[in-house]
Design a protein around this ligand. Structure first.
Ligand SMILES: Nc1ncnc2c1ncn2[C@@H]1O[C@H](COP(=O)(O)OP(=O)(O)OP(=O)(O)O)[C@@H](O)[C@H]1O
Length: 250
């Protein structure tokens, strides 16, 4: 269980202090997926960085399974907006990095790793460096690294944004397949309503100035087979769009 209670955060920049997140309250059950939608600058990435333990000076409570966030002790997979790959390591070494840092024994996992790379379309790119990959390929390397870690909490900041529409749908499906195998609590930030409805059991709508949660929707369509082609899916996207428009206009 992820528990965020009365979370406030201010940044100081240009000689002044300003509120970025205000009274954020959210609970994410173990094994649940949560999609966050919000206008640019409302603090979505900041919230992920707090959950990842990168930003620690906060006011309020943030707990993972009843414990303060301690990235050295907990297995937290974080895919930041810039993918977080090391430029001097090739694809294969970048993928293994997270698991190695955590001291995981990967003996016997070669087949699993090879099939994940196949699924993510990374076969043949093993020995390339990040600078030799497209944005979408880099994003897939970051996904492979996070999946291999088999984390307790997976945080993804617009993880599919650099992919073309069809690849995006394929990789979303790959994500759900991997997620079903491990049931990892996942928080993902997205700007796409359809992505939120497809991947989020819980959909959190944030508003800006300062960043607050304006709505939390329990998604009745999450996990329903072949949902993307059904009318209920489009209907829910339309309803959410209306809700978001209303919230963001306040
Ligand atoms: N290190 C920092 N120091 C000062 N201000 C910052 C810092 N990082 C982000 N901000 C500001 O905090 C606010 C929230 O930023 P954040 O990146 O969390 O927003 P976001 O919702 O993820 O935006 P986007 O959707 O554009 O990625 C913005 O106003 C941003 O300018």
């Amino acid at each position: 269980m992820i528990r965020i209670k009365h979370l406030n955060l201010s940044y100081s920049a240009g000689g002044r202090c300003y509120d970025v997140l205000k009274d954020i309250n959210l609970e994410i059950a173990a094994g649940e997926t949560c999609a966050i939608i919000g206008p640019s600058g409302c603090g979505k990435s900041t919230l992920l960085k707090i959950l990842a333990g990168i930003i620690t000076e906060i006011d309020g409570i943030v707990e993972i399974a009843g414990q303060q966030v301690r990235p050295k002790q907990q297995k937290i997979g974080f895919i930041p907006q810039n993918y977080g790959l090391l430029a001097w390591k090739n694809v294969y070494d970048n993928i293994l990095l997270g698991a190695k840092i955590k001291g995981m024994n990967l003996d016997g996992q070669e087949d699993g790793l090879a099939s994940m790379m196949q699924l993510l379309g990374l076969k043949g790119l093993e020995y390339r460096y990040p600078g030799e990959l497209s944005g979408g390929q880099q994003q897939r390397v970051a996904l492979a690294r996070a999946f291999l870690l088999n984390p307790d909490l997976l945080l993804m900041d617009e993880p599919f944004s650099a992919l073309d529409a069809l690849t995006r749908e394929d990789i979303q499906q790959v994500f759900l397949n991997v997620w079903r195998g491990h049931s990892t609590a996942t928080v993902l930030v997205t700007h796409h309503m359809e992505e939120a409805v497809y991947l989020g059991r819980k959909i959190v709508i944030m508003s800006a100035g300062p960043g607050t949660i304006s709505n939390i929707v329990e998604n009745p369509l999450f996990g329903v087979a072949d949902i993307r082609s059904k009318p209920e899916f489009f209907q829910l996207c339309i309803e959410l769009r209306k809700m978001v428009k209303k919230d963001w206009a306040k």
